[in-house]
Structures are given as structure tokens and as C-alpha cells.
Design a protein around this ligand. Structure first.
Ligand code: PAF
Length: 281
């Protein structure tokens, strides 16, 4: 399987596809794993044609070291896609093809969704995500686009992006896929050594216990408890633990009956930053 490299080539390829049936888009940054595979399989089950994009988007990295360390595994990625379905189109453009000579992001008003959690700790990250996702949606014009709930804040921001920019596409949320011991699948997991990878299941087990405690305990006592869990282990450094309204992502003040809440966490396991989240009610 050969990837399509240019926008021109991609558009001429899309033109040749039968005009009937939906077109599904799965945007990725490569280093594909079973989490991505589940998005691709869902897209295949709901669409006649599927495009997977592989593009490590520089404008969403606030830290150049993080960008440098991002794994690049194109031939393995193509093999994974090919094993799922050989007729999928893979678009893997260069930075120049997407940004020409000006590698900058647009500035969006995401109505505050970008000001908390990841947005607080990663400067301009969501403007970069918005820029590349808008570019891909406008270029490919999919009927549906698939995003994992592991990046739940990103998912909410992309839903907001399509609303404010009036882009006609259905954003399909896909459930988190986990390793056997519970760690949420992520390309970054490859950077953990085997014992730490196993130990990092502490992140999900803490979220599950927080969910149980949420029934009877206040959000502030939960925050304290989570911070103690990670303080007592030198392999981990907690960056944040927050409980927010799923719609607005505003941190919880006092629990309200009719609001759906989610808990979000970011933890460093040695040098590797991991995120996860869980629905609470
Ligand atoms: O979730 C990701 O892999 C990226 O943020 C995305 C949506 C492909 C945009 O670069």
C-alpha cells in the first residue's frame, strides 16, 4: 500500500470514488496502535470509503523536544491499515504540502473549552489541532470524522470547531481502548519501559476508584486523595486531576443532579506524559 502524498493527488483520487455512500475520515499522527485500529474499523463499518491521514502536525506541539521524540513509523502504520482493509486511502502529506512556507496556526475562540486542563499546560495546542483538523475537513469533505475519547477535551473542541466554522460533518466519538492491565492506548506508551508500562495502570485504577468515591465524596476531597496517590510513588508526577461538566468542561463547583461529569488526569510516568479520563455519572 502506497500513501497519497499531495492534496492534488488526493483530490483526484477522491473524485474517482463512487459518489454514493458516505466518506469517513480518521485523522491521526501515525504511530498507529489498536486504539487507531478501532477508529478505522468503526469508520469502515459506517462508510463506503475511508481516508486515514497520517501527519505529525507541528503547530500543536508547544515543546520542540516532544515533537522531535514523536515516533515516526510510516511503513508499520501502512501495514496496520493494509491488514484492516487494503482499499483504504492513506494520506501522508509533508509539512510543506499542508502549511506551504508558513507553519503557523489560526486562532480560534473555542468558548473557553481550550482554557482548562490540556489548554492550561500546553500553550496554543488546541489552535494547532483546530488548524489541522479544519484543513483536513475542508480538503477531504468527509461525511463523518472519527476521534477517540482518550482525548476527550480535543473531541469537544473539534465538535465546537465544526459548529463555529460551520463545517458540515458528523463528529463520531469512539470509546477509549485499553491495554490488558488498563492503561489507555497511546503512541507514547512505546516510550515506557516494560515495568513502568505495567505500573502505569495506576492511572486507570485511580480513575476507577475516583468514580466509585464520586458517589459519596466531594470533588475537593477526591482531588486531595488523587494527589496523595501519586505523591507516594516516585515514578509518577501528577500534573492535574480535574472533574468537569462534560459539555462546558468547566471544573465542578458543587455536584448538580442534571449535569454529566467526567474526571480527567495528566501524569508524568518518568519523562512520558500520559492522559486519561472517565465518565463519572
Ligand atoms: O489526536 C491526534 O492524533 C491529533 O491531535 C489529530 C486529531 C490527528 C490532529 O493532529
Amino acid at each position: 500500500m502506497l500513501p497519497v502524498k499531495t492534496k492534488k493527488e488526493l483530490l483526484s483520487h477522491l473524485k474517482k470514488l463512487s459518489p454514493h455512500g458516505n466518506l469517513g475520515l480518521v485523522p491521526t499522527m501515525g504511530a498507529l496502535h489498536q486504539g487507531h485500529a478501532s477508529l478505522i474499523k468503526k469508520a469502515i463499518s459506517e462508510n463506503e470509503h475511508v481516508v486515514v491521514t497520517i501527519f505529525v502536525n507541528p503547530t500543536q506541539f508547544d515543546n520542540s523536544e516532544d515533537l522531535k521524540k514523536y515516533p515516526s513509523t510510516l511503513s508499520k502504520d501502512l501495514e496496520l491499515v493494509n491488514n484492516i482493509a487494503p482499499k483504504i486511502t492513506v494520506f501522508a502529506p509533508s509539512i510543506q504540502e499542508i502549511y506551504d512556507d508558513t507553519v503557523v496556526s489560526k486562532t480560534y475562540d473555542f468558548h473557553g473549552l481550550d482554557k482548562v486542563m490540556e489548554g492550561e499546560f500546553r500553550d496554543d495546542h488546541f489552535n494547532g489541532v483546530g488548524t489541522i483538523v479544519e484543513t483536513l475537513l475542508r480538503l477531504i469533505k468527509p461525511t463523518k470524522a472519527y476521534f477517540g475519547e482518550k482525548d476527550f477535551q480535543q473531541l469537544r473542541i473539534i465538535q465546537k470547531l465544526t459548529e463555529i466554522e460551520k463545517i458540515p460533518v458528523e463528529i463520531v466519538p469512539c470509546p477509549i481502548v485499553r491495554e490488558p492491565h488498563g492503561l489507555a492506548m497511546s503512541s507514547r506508551n512505546e516510550r515506557l519501559d516494560a515495568p513502568l508500562r505495567l505500573k502505569a495502570s495506576l492511572i486507570y485504577s485511580t480513575l476507577k476508584t475516583a468514580k466509585e468515591k464520586f458517589g459519596t465524596e466531594s470533588a475537593s476531597s477526591l482531588r486531595e486523595w488523587v494527589s496523595e496517590v501519586f505523591q507516594s510513588d516516585n515514578d509518577f508526577k501528577l500534573e492535574y486531576f480535574d472533574i468537569t461538566d462534560v459539555e462546558t468542561l468547566t471544573p465542578i463547583q458543587r455536584k448538580q443532579e442534571n449535569i454529566k461529569y467526567r474526571a480527567f488526569i495528566a501524569v508524568y510516568a518518568a519523562e512520558v506524559r500520559l492522559i486519561d479520563n472517565i465518565a463519572l455519572n
